[in-house]
Write a protein that binds this ligand. Structure first.
Ligand code: FAD
Ligand code: FES
Length: 508
């Protein structure tokens, strides 16, 4: 069969468009086979790649804020003038194009030269920066140090065997078998040496000597630091039940975990997922995509009710049931004997593989040993600095003063971890940038994405706009009339607007 050519979007911008035809805020066109987005911002028109550098989200459906555009899918942000990715999860800049005016027409013909990074490392800054953790926060910090042209020694220590990967994909497309493994690395292997990052894999940090300012590795080596970033993330909770230590019982955090699960699925017919958490249910969806019979066992009556409320919980349950998942709610697994899991209610489930997704616990051992102040996480100030000057913390372990909820919060979100890593990197080089991003996370179940912005541990009202079962809704979680968080399905632009409102509210 002949390969189908993708049809280029919109008008050919090299041939020009009439200004009077460009009446909206954005217009997608093309140059050759490349989609380019025209964006009107005040009196200026910018031309930028039409797709986000994270997962190719359509920027035409995003939100223009001043001279920036935000991606509708996971809220990355790009500078329209430079193309720079100013907010994670996108880490790569987009190409920007020259806009030429000729009479009543505008033309886009050539890319602008890449501009230099905005910030520069100060000459009297630290000489040795050490990052502990090769995950979201660690990689984003290392990448930001590179962008800032930090010229000192830059060591990244990770217990993992693999360089930093796109962890959210491990419970989604990669586990479902629809994404190849080469989509997973956040950066190509060559990146680290080229960027001057001394990435040391399989390196377990056993302790921190804060007086001598050095970290000690399990193998006996030491690494000195002037500035240290702790980004040790979280580890899955294991269940203290008989049989949980058998080889076909898994938790999922690392690429190595995921490879083991994928390997066990060859020839498997049935699986049990313990826990109806985000990860547990994403795993359930991915296993259904492999046509494996999936049973989910969880003590709650409704999945995700604690985070998303009862109506969304009911929807998520029925969505999974429509895809064949069998729930055993209000129940727990009390033991696993070979392939048979016994339920508290008395029944049994046969399973070729069991995946436990009952939550994670922040990895605080190093912070505790170093004598850092802990508060159900590592306590940090608005600049993400811990109680020990020169030592910063970011990601799943950090509890920071959130200006939006006005509480000290700790979350387990990919985008937050990356953005904190970036802020910590700037601050390690001497900037004083408070971390004030509104928390954001997404979760994907089959073809249904759920986007959540803000932070609501408790609420007294959920205002539902639209129809949850029709997969077109926006839920506002309110306390005493104030919107603390918003969750949505296919209301991306409204979700972006809610984020902006929360930002403005915190400033005002
Ligand atoms: C399967 C899965 C799917 C997810 N999906 C989503 C999603 O869709 N959306 C979302 O918002 N969030 C999602 N998350 C959560 C998100 O991945 C985390 O919030 C994020 O990875 C936290 O980043 P981090 O840098 O704090 O920790 P991590 O990414 O876990 O990185 C921690 C790093 O520290 C290393 N480390 C720990 N201790 C040591 C030590 N002593 N010495 C050396 N290295 C050490 C670890 O090996 C690891 O490399 C998902 C998580 C998982 C596991
Ligand atoms: S696709 Fe744009 S942020 Fe993910």
């Amino acid at each position: 069969m002949a390969e189908q050519q993708a049809v280029p979007a919109g008008p050919d911008l090299a041939l020009g468009v009439k200004l009077s035809d460009f009446t909206t805020e954005t217009l997608v066109g093309h140059i050759g086979d490349q989609d380019v987005l025209l964006v009107r911002s005040g009196p200026e028109i910018f031309a930028i790649d039409a797709h986000c550098s994270h997962y190719h989200g359509p920027l035409a459906e995003g939100l223009v804020v001043g001279e920036s555009i935000r991606c509708p899918w996971h809220h990355a942000c790009f500078d329209l003038r430079t193309g720079e990715a100013t907010r994670a999860p996108a880490l790569n800049a987009l190409a920007v194009w020259e806009v030429e005016y000729e009479g009543e027409r505008i033309f886009v013909r050539q890319k602008r030269k890449q501009t230099r990074p905005r910030g520069k490392a100060p000459v009297d800054g630290p000489r040795n920066v050490v990052i502990i953790g090769g995950g979201a926060a660690g990689l984003a910090a290392a990448d930001m140090l590179r962008r800032l042209e930090f010229g000192g020694s830059h060591v990244m220590l990770s217990e993992d065997a693999a360089p930093p990967v796109d962890r959210p994909n491990l419970s989604k497309d990669y586990l479902a078998g629809t994404a190849p493994e080469d989509w997973l690395p956040l950066r190509p292997d060559s990146f680290y040496a080229e960027a001057g990052i001394d990435l040391r894999l399989n390196s377990n940090v056993s302790s921190i000597d804060t007086k001598a300012q050095r970290v000690l590795l399990g193998g006996g080596d030491t690494v000195p630091y002037d500035r240290l970033l702790l980004a040790t993330g979280a580890e899955p909770v294991r269940l203290p039940i008989p049989g949980a230590d058998q080889p076909h019982v898994y938790t999922l955090r690392s690429l190595a975990d995921c490879r083991l699960i994928v390997g066990s699925l060859v020839g498997a017919r049935r699986a049990t997922v313990i826990g109806a958490s985000f990860i547990g249910l994403e795993v359930a969806a991915s296993l259904r995509a492999r046509d494996i019979e999936v049973h989910v066992v969880a003590p709650e009556q409704r999945p995700m009710e604690r985070v998303l409320g009862p109506e969304m919980g009911d929807f998520i349950r029925s969505l999974h049931e429509q895809h064949g998942v069998i729930f055993h709610l209000g129940d727990t697994v009390v033991g696993i004997d070979g392939k048979r899991a016994t339920l508290k209610s008395g029944g049994t489930l046969e399973a070729d593989a069991v995946v436990i997704g009952v939550g994670v616990r922040p990895r605080l051992a190093l912070a505790e040993q170093a004598g850092l102040k802990l508060d159900r996480g590592v306590a940090v100030n608005p600049f993400l600095e811990t109680s020990m000057p020169g030592i910063y913390a970011a990601g799943d372990i950090a509890r920071w003063p959130d200006p939006h909820s006005q509480e000290n919060i700790r979350v387990e979100h990919w985008v937050v971890a990356e953005r904190q890593g970036q802020t910590a990197a700037r601050n390690m080089l001497g900037q004083r940038e408070p971390f004030d991003a509104v928390p954001f996370f997404w979760s994907q179940h089959y073809d249904v994405p759920i986007n959540y912005v803000g932070h609501a541990e408790q609420w007294d009202e959920i205002a539902v706009d639209g129809d949850i079962s029709a997969r077109d809704c926006l839920l506002r979680f309110k306390k005493m009339g104030r919107v603390l968080a918003v969750a949505s399905i296919y209301r991306d632009i409204d979700n972006l607007r809610a984020e902006l409102e929360m930002e403005r509210e915190a400033v005002g």
